[in-house]
Design a protein around this ligand. Structure first.
Ligand SMILES: NC(=O)c1ccc[n+]([C@@H]2O[C@H](COP(=O)([O-])OP(=O)(O)OC[C@H]3O[C@@H](n4cnc5c(N)ncnc54)[C@H](O)[C@@H]3O)[C@@H](O)[C@H]2O)c1
Length: 384
């Protein structure tokens, strides 16, 4: 197997997780990073002994040894930067959401038609937790019977206080949806992945719980807590909370809610799939365990153990039972699936990847827009 060389654009909160994920893949090599904040890029390059550090995207893209580029910048830059990466003929692994609007993501899909050899992936990392993969294959094997219902949540509290501020609050940067685009996108991707079905209709209620926030005068790091800062008032235009009824193309009905203002919740992603024989439930904050419910027999808490997993899911687990795997491992699995697809010489459109492609990323943006429209119109909205 040959070594695949990579570069990362954006050294903020998630960029660092990409460094660590690439570093855990034996046949991948991180050769360069770039950030508009060049001091930050230099600091990360120095801390992680990354050989090259660039202050501009163009310099990184001109580097001939780089084959894969990760885009870890805020949402408003995804169209511009992803398009540049594609035009450079490099494989692209973009952060989610793929873009702010479906018009932007459609432009990327259009451009990709001219570059059929470019492999494209979106970092919907939760689908690559070993037990989420196990859930997917248990459902595929008929272990819970016919799927009838799905339900769950994704709750956070990083915007609980009116003084909490982040680029995600600004629609010009984040897009017209915040909570749904930022974390609801993960929930929808995970559920579509495990059920193998698409959400096709939505009915939503989006709520702004803090109509005016206090914006610190100065830069704010993702998930950081600020003290002793001056503020200016900022009217909020995007949702802090969303409740969404869904219908899927296999007849399944469901519901989920998302929040960035629910105290005590760091990353409470959870979903349950109810079938005619049994139910399966997985919670991100207890990632190494899955619940299987039965009416006519005992319920089980299934601990992740490679010895008892389906072969498809087993390829994404590394540690023996009792040694917990979690968020970082799912990140690594997602990046690994992307690099392995390239290393194996697979082609999109011919081979089906385990990671989400730009097509799936685009569909999630369309769902997000349908949810916003539904909440405005107070009615069900179908997605094409
Ligand atoms: N998959 C996940 O679980 C997950 C988690 C967090 C964030 N994200 C996504 O990752 C992206 C980044 O989020 P974040 O929380 O890391 O943000 P962040 O603000 O912490 O980091 C963004 C970085 O991009 C840099 N940047 C901005 N403009 C640039 C440019 N023109 N060229 C190069 N670098 C530039 C900034 O200087 C900053 O270092 C977002 O799209 C977000 O939705 C995904």
């Amino acid at each position: 197997m040959r070594r695949i060389k990579a570069g990362i654009i954006g050294m903020g909160f998630i960029g660092v997780s990409h460094i660590e994920a690439i570093r855990r893949i034996g046949f991948a090599e991180l050769v360069a990073v770039a950030d508009v904040n060049f001091e930050l890029a230099k600091k990360k390059a120095s801390e992680y002994f990354i050989p090259k550090c660039y202050s501009t995207i163009d310099e990184l893209l001109a580097d001939p040894e780089i084959e894969v580029v990760h885009n870890c910048t805020p949402n408003n830059l995804h169209l511009e930067i992803n398009s540049k990466i594609i035009k450079a003929g490099k494989h692209i692994f973009s952060e989610k959401p793929l873009s702010r609007t479906s018009d932007e993501s459609a432009q990327m899909l259009e451009l990709l038609k001219e570059y059929p050899n470019v492999i494209h992936g979106v970092n919907f990392n939760y689908r690559m937790n070993p037990l989420v993969q196990e859930m997917k294959h248990k459902i595929k094997n008929g272990e819970i019977g016919d799927v009838k219902l799905v339900h769950g949540t994704y709750l956070q509290d990083f915007l609980l206080h009116e003084t909490d501020y982040n680029w995600r609050i600004e629609p010009e940067v984040c897009g017209p949806s915040r909570c749904i685009a930022d974390i609801g996108s993960h929930w929808m991707d995970s559920v579509q992945c495990v059920t193998g079905a698409k959400i096709t209709e939505v009915c939503a209620d989006l709520v702004i719980t803090i109509p005016v926030r206090k914006k610190p005068k100065g830069q704010v790091e993702t998930f950081s807590i600020n003290t002793n800062v001056e503020y200016e008032d900022m009217p909020v235009k995007t949702e802090d909370w969303g409740a969404v009824l869904i219908k899927m193309d296999n007849g399944v009905h469901g519901v989920f809610c998302v929040s960035e203002v629910s105290a005590g919740h760091g990353c409470s992603l959870a979903f349950e799939i109810d079938g005619t024989k049994a139910s399966l439930k997985w919670e991100q904050e207890r990632a190494d365990e899955m619940w299987m419910g039965h009416r006519d027999g005992p319920n089980y808490a299934i601990k992740r153990n490679p010895n008892h997993m389906t072969p498809e899911a087993k390829q994404y687990t590394y540690l023996a039972g009792g040694h917990p795997e979690g968020w970082n491992d799912a990140m690594r699995n997602n990046v690994m699936a992307f690099y392995k697809f390239i290393a194996d010489g697979k082609k999109l459109g011919v081979d089906t990847p385990d990671f989400a492609t730009f097509d799936e990323g685009h569909y999630i943006i369309k769902l997000t827009e349908a949810i916003v429209e539904s909440s405005k119109k107070r009615q069900w909205v179908k997605v094409d």
